[in-house]
Write a protein that binds this ligand. Structure first.
Ligand code: FAD
Length: 420
């Protein structure tokens, strides 16, 4: 990996333009854009890549960012299954017809991928490095440093080395669910309305559909508003995960294996797909409060991107899209701040209203999904003109668009969430 440093050497690396906490997709994308603009970016990543990560299904509106990053050739050459559609299966086993992204998008962008994250994240981080970002692997940021309310750098811990401090003009928190700044400044809070837990595992030999449906995401709805994902990955492996309220999922105890296998058994149409498959992983997950938000996401000298900002719910596979979109939008503001020598929250946070509005639409739709009185079929029957807007949300086309009519229509069938 070019420019990769396994240890921070304080003599050579004690200052930079941008210190990025976390080398996941958000951090790697931001660093690529900024390094290309000539800014000295340091990514601190506490793990050694390749490392495992959940979150394997992309949605089509990542295409533009991948193109601008220059990652499409790598994705095209990969063995990641191509994803053209999503399909929903009801608790009674009724199958919706596949919803093909080509209904709303023409050309190459109507297809996306199901990615194995260890490989995908490594690809993205290598790309950041090839574009000039410096990577410190095995380097954990333990604290963001502040002076007079402005972030000034980071403190780093690495095994077998003395802790050191790196000065930076801007600190970007891309630490994912670790939410480094959110925790340090006490900004993070759970979203009680979206309190969900998840358990998942990997199987080999599960049923694969034919032709362009082979890479689809299938969502199996289960009791109590819960659901399973079924995401085909390379090498005949499929990622299978359940999401439901922790009260329902953990009602009879905390043994992950017992709970997960029982839920698979209860979901007949999923159990059929896995009848001849072999489980090839332990049961993972088990965290009981997936959703959180930060009440402030940018300040003087710092900002948050990707999951470090917020995580709502896995249902629409919007996590990676939001990680990439927030990174690209933030990169423009960081560039502007560095060029104008003004790292104030006003400059760094210019991208936030557009992003927050887009996230708000997704949040609204997640809330509707979990309303037992609401159904998308009934919604589209009553408001046929809103079908396009609904699909736009599912493919991630939510930024810089007016969804007010759609939101008003939704409000006639399901109450809005309590925004924190
Ligand atoms: C159950 C579940 C299912 C999901 N399914 C999907 C899906 O199908 N599709 C989808 O798009 N999204 C999905 N997601 C969400 C997706 O995983 C995330 O949105 C995505 O990984 C966010 O990328 P990121 O770069 O912001 O954070 P991450 O990918 O989490 O990267 C953060 C990086 O920061 C590093 N780090 C953390 N703290 C520090 C520190 N102090 N110092 C240095 N490094 C640090 C971590 O090691 C990590 O590598 C799912 C999430 C869950 C919980």
């Amino acid at each position: 990996m070019a420019n990769s440093k396994s240890n921070v050497q304080s003599q050579t690396l004690n200052t930079c333009d941008v210190a990025i906490v976390g080398g996941g997709p958000a951090g790697a994308a931001l660093a690529t854009f900024l390094a290309r603009d000539g800014h000295h970016c340091l990514i601190f990543e506490r793990s050694k890549f390749p490392r495992y990560h959940i979150g394997e299904s992309l949605i089509p509106h990542t295409h533009g960012t991948f193109k601008r990053l220059g990652l499409l050739p790598g994705l095209e050459a990969s063995n990641f299954p191509k994803k053209y559609s999503v399909r929903f299966i009801s608790p009674a086993g009724r199958t919706s017809s596949p919803f093909y992204f080509s209904e709303r998008i023409s050309g190459q962008g109507a297809q996306t991928w199901q990615v194995e994250r260890s490989e995908f994240d490594q690809m993205m981080l290598n790309h950041a490095s090839q574009n000039g970002a410096e990577i410190s692997s095995g380097a954990e940021v333990t604290q963001v440093l502040f002076k007079d309310g402005c972030a000034t750098g980071v403190r780093i811990a690495q095994s077998n080395l003395e802790p050191c401090e790196i000065q930076a003009r801007i600190v970007v928190d891309a630490s994912g669910g670790a939410t480094l700044i959110g925790r340090q400044l006490g900004l993070r809070s759970a979203i009680p309305d979206l309190k969900k837990a998840s358990l998942w595992a990997y199987y080999q030999g599960g049923v694969r559909l034919e032709g362009i449906d082979a890479g689809e995401t299938t969502i199996f709805r289960i009791a109590e508003g819960g659901w399973f994902w079924y995401i085909p990955l390379p090498d005949d492996v499929v990622s299978v995960g359940v999401v439901a309220s922790p009260e329902y999922l953990f009602a009879d105890g905390n043994d992950k294996e017992t709970i997960f296998l029982r839920q698979v058994e209860l979901c007949n149409s999923l159990a059929e797909r896995l009848a001849s498959a072999e489980r090839v992983s332990p049961i993972r997950g088990g965290q009981k409060e997936l959703a959180y938000i930060n009440r402030q996401t940018c300040g003087n000298g710092w900002l948050m991107i990707g999951d470090a900002r917020a995580f709502l719910d896995p249902i629409y596979s919007s996590g990676l899209f939001l990680a990439l979109a927030s990174a690209e939008m933030a990169a423009e503001c960081v560039h502007l701040a560095l060029e104008s020598n003004d790292v104030s929250a006003t400059v760094l946070g210019r991208f936030e209203p557009e992003l927050t509005a887009g996230v708000g639409v997704i949040w609204r739709l997640i809330h509707a999904f979990y309303d037992p009185e609401f159904s998308f079929r009934k919604f589209v029957e009553r408001f046929p003109k809103q079908r396009g807007a609904l699909i736009d949300c599912l493919i991630g086309d939510v930024l810089n668009k007016d969804f007010s009519e759609f939101i008003q229509a939704l409000a006639q069938m399901t109450p809005p969430p309590v925004l924190l």
